[in-house]
Design a protein around this ligand. Structure first.
Ligand code: HEM
Length: 66
């Protein structure tokens, strides 16, 4: 599978909540999180291997990419 890691918001991990402020702190190439359908993913290591290029991932860094 792809190199992503769930950071928070997964239904089976009710205590791992991530605030929007925290999400918005991870917008760089060295730490890049996105929110998809209520779950926060660390996509830092996906960046350079994304078939659609780095642009789209960086565009949604720290945001809701649902
Ligand atoms: C944070 C997660 C992701 C975001 C925000 C994202 C966003 C995007 C966007 C906006 C495009 C369109 C680019 C364009 O039209 O120029 C795209 C294309 C694409 N993405 Fe993603 N993507 C993500 C993850 C993934 C993953 C995990 C895969 C598969 C391993 C993937 C595979 C692709 C492919 C195959 C394309 C089409 C490339 C092409 O047409 O040449 N993406 N992505």
């Amino acid at each position: 599978m792809v190199n992503t890691e769930v950071v928070g918001g997964a239904p089976d991990e009710p205590r791992s909540q991530v605030s929007h402020a925290e999400l918005q702190r991870h917008t760089s190439r060295s730490s890049l999180w996105v929110l998809i359908s209520g779950i926060v993913y660390d996509v830092t290591s996906l960046l350079d291997s994304h078939p659609g290029g780095t642009g789209p991932i960086l565009k949604y860094a720290g945001k809701d990419a649902t």
